[in-house]
Design a protein around this ligand. Structure first.
Ligand SMILES: [Zn+2]
Length: 391
């Protein structure tokens, strides 16, 4: 059976928004036709007409399912290092409780119109949920280790964990510049020199990361001391963390830099000059939760970069809702058009994950899912805007 959906606008992300357009979908969720308002033949069946805007299903570019049991646990405004301490203190829990919370998170994301997720994992606990889920998951198996002597061990354990996720879509990834040694970066560079591997790196989530790299000062020094980890071998690099790690990444590697809260214009010029395949993922509600500020998002827009959005986890967010992330960006930067926010939340994330043949835009032959966003006024989100999954 074919179902026909219409709304005030259809934002296809493949062309201009269609005022009062109609999109037809078959039982498999495949888009079979898209019509301008005047072109739809009313004999072709009934139309489910909605108030609001129809958009493709959302792609959540950054999440940690396995931290779902930290919902409501970590207070706002701690700043990153105190936040990390809280995560380390609280993340141990009964396996059954962790799994229960992950299942709930998976269901919530589905209800919130999310059709694909890039999920960071450092255990295999989420595997069964991902296999059963109606959401497409790409798992970034994450390793970290600032001690150069442990690099090889850490890398090999990461590969083993990656194998445990077979046959799901996975790649091996590193945590953050402040938690990964140069030696570990080199192992990645060699291993993936001639094969594609999606890399996702937490980047400049705190100014402390830049301080560590520039001058070897700041709170990370105390942090490592308190963890009894020696960083004597680490030399200050006299430049921001991003500029220090970009040359350590393989040339054809697709890289998603996540957060970018303290990325500077100079950093962006550096990345542009270096010719690496970098996309940027923003998780505005997590940034507001932890650091109380947003990245300079318009600065990235003037560089023609691929931009995506993510929710991060329940450790740093009250919800796993891409619409809520769009609202946070729109509140901070009201001039960014809704169509741009939609593109970041759909096609750009799908392109990064390499799933844009099915997801990310409303085009014939794709199965992107359809969401209805309500209470859109003059093509702007309002605080009352909500999301309803149509298919
Ligand atoms: Zn994260």
């Amino acid at each position: 059976m074919i179902r026909n959906f219409s709304a005030d606008y259809i934002i296809t992300v493949a062309g201009e928004p269609l005022k009062n357009g109609v999109v037809s979908v078959n039982d498999e969720g495949e888009i079979v036709n898209i019509y301008n308002a005047d072109d739809f033949d009313t004999n072709s069946g009934e139309v489910e007409k909605h108030s609001g805007v129809i958009v493709p299903g959302f792609v959540n570019s950054h999440c940690h399912l396995e931290l779902s049991h930290l919902e409501g646990v970590i207070p706002k405004g701690l700043k990153l290092i105190a936040f990390i301490r809280e995560v380390l203190k609280n993340r141990k829990a009964d396996e059954s409780r962790i799994i229960e919370c992950m299942e709930k998170a998976d269901k919530l994301m589905y209800q919130n119109g999310i059709v694909a997720v890039g999920d960071i994992s450092s255990t295999n606990l989420s595997k069964n949920i991902k296999e059963k889920s109606s959401i497409y998951y790409h798992t970034y198996v994450e390793v970290l280790g600032f001690d150069p002597e442990k690099a090889e061990d850490v890398f090999n354990k990461g590969l083993e964990l990656k194998n445990e996720f077979y046959p799901l879509s996975t790649s091996l990834t590193m945590h953050a510049p402040y938690s990964v040694s140069k030696e570990l970066f080199k192992l990645f560079k060699n291993y993936y020199a001639d094969q594609t591997n999606l890399l996702s790196l937490h980047n400049q989530e705190s100014e402390e990361e830049n301080k560590l790299y520039r001058y070897k000062t700041g709170e990370f020094i105390d942090f490592y001391e308190s963890m009894d980890i020696s960083i004597d071998y680490f030399k200050p690099q006299a430049r921001n963390s991003l500029q220090s790690v970009i040359p350590l990444l393989a040339k054809d590697q697709k890289i998603l830099m996540v957060h970018n809260t303290f990325t500077s214009l100079k950093d962006l010029y550096f990345v542009g000059r270096f010719g690496r395949d970098v996309s940027w993922c923003f998780c505005p509600n997590a940034n507001l939760h932890i650091e109380g500020r947003l990245p300079k998002i318009p600065m990235f827009m003037s560089h023609d970069f691929n931009i995506t959005l993510g929710t991060d986890s329940f450790a740093s967010n009250d919800q796993l809702d891409i619409l809520a992330e769009m609202k946070a960006v729109a509140t901070g930067f009201p001039t960014i058009p809704l169509e741009t926010l939609i593109q970041w939340s759909t096609l750009n994330g799908a392109k990064f994950l390499g799933i844009d043949q099915d997801f990310g835009s409303i085009e014939k032959g794709k199965k992107p899912g359809l969401n209805l966003i309500s209470n859109v006024k003059a093509m702007k989100l309002s605080p009352q805007s909500g999301v309803q999954k149509l298919i």
